[in-house]
Design a protein around this ligand. Structure first.
Ligand SMILES: [Zn+2]
Length: 79
């Protein structure tokens, strides 16, 4: 016997064996899908934030890049 508490619905479920607990650690496919949906939602949130911070970083970076380009002698000048 294999007993577990579903983290989604908090129901305690009992499987004949651990191998039979195909929706581990959930009680059913429904709860597994709910958990998957939560993960996807979090991923979407992360993906949404990424282009935003990337644009901010590029804005901060570009003046420094221009400065570095200015201070670096162009290749070929010393030859
Ligand atoms: Zn459940």
């Amino acid at each position: 016997m294999y007993t577990l508490k579903c983290p989604i619905c908090q129901h305690q479920v009992t499987y004949p064996s651990e191998e039979k607990a195909i929706y581990l650690p959930f009680c059913s496919k429904r709860c597994k899908l709910i958990d998957l949906g939560r993960w996807l939602n979090e991923e979407y949130r992360i993906i949404e934030e990424l282009p935003h911070s990337d644009a901010l970083m590029r804005q901060e970076k570009s003046p420094k890049d221009r400065e570095r380009d200015h201070n670096t002698p162009t290749e070929g000048d010393n030859v």
